[in-house]
Design a protein around this ligand. Structure first.
Ligand code: C5P
Length: 401
């Protein structure tokens, strides 16, 4: 189930060319089960019609503070109380200025004053207008007032300029929203997560690797960020786009992953090793491409360092969580691994079951910690990741109290 299911969202649109993206944004929100009520400034109506927004949201569009008919249907205070979240995009320089001043001179600004719901502002405007001292001053004021700012994006603009001020894409905006509906149990913590496979070079064009997709690690990074953590994702090569709010360090080999982890784990509170690290690497990497002249080729392999065990042996180690992919006797091997690697928790999955785990969209796991265990039935990796991080947060908090 989407985290936006049944959430009541006011989508505030102000006057900017990017307003056309709001039709798709609304479709995506409603597809995820959110209830959307659109509020437009009078300038917004020059860029996208209320009829379009009514059709895509399935609700009448509100645009006038002083319309007796609209007030009779759902008054502005009622609408302000209805919302779980106010999302404003594109937020123009003018709207930001009015919000920063606490003005209530149209319906949208009035709703922002009258609502206790979190307000997420995603600005979009010409890069020069964005950089203008007055806009930056208003931005700072809005942040001080507790408004949440996302974006703007950087790139080519409708006016031909290039720079900061593009409206974020609807998918990017939606990626930020679940955080506003989840208790921020990891607020103030730094979490490092490893993900994906590693690649061990044999010669300049070949390597040894595995089929890890990185999906579970990326889902954990996204979930940790939604729960309020500052996340660093150390990832081997994958086809996935890193979550927006995470710092991503891209590596290839196990040695590179280890040195990145050693660096970032020094400030980390929690370390989660989800990567499918190659157990062996080539004893020596050929400097030229190996020619296929021999009938048989023997590769000399040597053991890779254990990243998780190395981090978990540190004196000031972070709360350390490992994964155990097993095909038999899962509980015994997992608990043994937890002890051997000095872990605070281990997440075990039975990889003999083809429906779950490696490369699939779903996973089912059992989590062990020194004085407890918990089963998680098969579900999509994104939902499972949130539950796992909530459990990790609970155990971490208990340990540090
Ligand atoms: O020993 P095994 O590979 O089964 O351990 C799995 C756990 O250890 C995973 O959390 C994995 O990310 C981590 N690991 C590691 N470095 C290695 C091997 C495994 O961090 N070289």
């Amino acid at each position: 189930m989407s985290l936006l299911q049944n959430k009541k969202i006011i989508l505030g649109i102000s006057g900017g060319i990017a307003a056309y993206k709001c039709a798709e944004l609304t479709r995506r929100l409603t597809e995820q089960g959110a209830q959307v009520r659109v509020v437009m400034t009078s300038a917004a109506k020059a860029f996208i019609t209320p009829l379009t927004m009514q059709a895509v949201s399935g609700n009448p569009v509100s645009d006038d503070l002083l319309d007796p008919a609209a007030e009779a249907a759902m008054g502005h205070i009622e609408l302000a109380k209805w919302a779980d979240l106010i999302l404003i995009t594109p937020a123009s320089a003018d709207l930001m200025a009015r919000l920063a001043q606490g003005m209530a001179n149209d319906l949208l600004t009035t709703l922002c004053l009258a609502s206790a719901a979190p307000t997420v502002i995603s600005p979009a405007m010409n890069q020069q207008m964005w950089a203008a001292p007055a806009t930056q001053r208003n931005l700072e004021q809005l942040k001080k007032d507790g408004r949440f700012i996302i974006g703007p994006g950087v790139g080519e603009q409708a006016c031909g300029d290039v720079g900061a001020g593009r409206m974020l894409e609807p998918a990017q905006i939606i990626e930020y929203l679940p955080a506003f509906f989840l208790p921020q149990v990891l607020q103030g913590t730094k979490v490092v997560i490893t993900a994906g496979p590693t690649q061990e070079a044999i010669d300049p064009v070949r390597y040894i690797s595995n089929h890890s997709s990185g999906k579970m690690g990326y889902a954990l990074a996204q979930a940790a960020s939604w729960l309020g953590a500052q996340v660093t994702l150390v990832s081997g090569p994958t086809n996935l786009v890193p979550p927006q709010n995470c710092e991503c360090i891209a590596i290839k080999s196990t040695e590179q992953m280890l040195s990145a982890c050693q660096q970032v784990s020094q400030q980390a509170n929690i370390f989660i090793a989800c990567a499918a690290v190659a157990d062996y690497k080539a004893a020596s990497i050929e400097s030229h491409k190996i020619k296929k002249t021999q009938h048989q080729l023997n590769l000399q392999l040597t053991k890779n360092p254990d990243i998780l065990a190395t981090i978990a042996q540190q004196v000031d180690k972070p709360f350390s969580v490992g994964f155990a992919a097993e095909t038999q006797d899962v509980a015994r091997y997992a608990k043994d691994k937890m002890q051997r690697k000095n872990l605070d928790m281990i997440i075990a999955n039975d990889v003999s079951n083809q429906q779950i785990g490696f490369n699939s969209e779903q996973n089912a796991v059992t989590v062990y910690w020194p004085d407890g265990e918990l089963d998680f039935a098969a579900e999509d990796k994104s939902t499972l990741a949130i539950k796992l991080l909530q459990l990790i947060a609970k155990q971490y908090t208990q340990q540090t109290q």
